[in-house]
Design a protein around this ligand. Structure first.
Ligand SMILES: [Zn+2]
Length: 103
């Protein structure tokens, strides 16, 4: 039984490291480690699909930090982070309003 728990911890640690490595270029090393630790291979998948707090540079398409004003890859000015447009939530709000009106 103890060996099983040890193996489980070892696997969790392994997946944590893998997820941390994936999260590292996205600035989410710590988060990645925890997610990998708890979710194992699924955590690694989660880290693969998350972009973290990064956004795409409009010039070179590299991921840069959300707060960055100059792209570290192409040295171009990319301005302050603009809050992401939530097209879906706006559409959702409209449909909610419509539902409300029909009541
Ligand atoms: Zn760039």
């Amino acid at each position: 039984m103890e060996a099983l728990i040890g193996l489980w911890l070892l696997m969790g640690f392994f997946w944590g490291l893998v997820a941390a490595m994936i999260g590292s270029p996205k600035g989410q090393t710590g988060t990645g480690f925890l997610i990998g630790l708890f979710f194992g291979p699924f955590g690694v998948l989660i880290m693969l699909f998350t972009t973290g707090s990064r956004r795409e540079c409009p010039y070179c398409r590299e991921l840069v930090k959300e707060a960055a004003t100059v792209c570290p890859h192409c040295q171009r000015e990319i301005g302050q982070a603009v809050p992401r447009q939530r097209k879906t939530s706006q559409a959702q709000l409209k449909s909610d309003l419509d539902k409300f009106r029909h009541k």
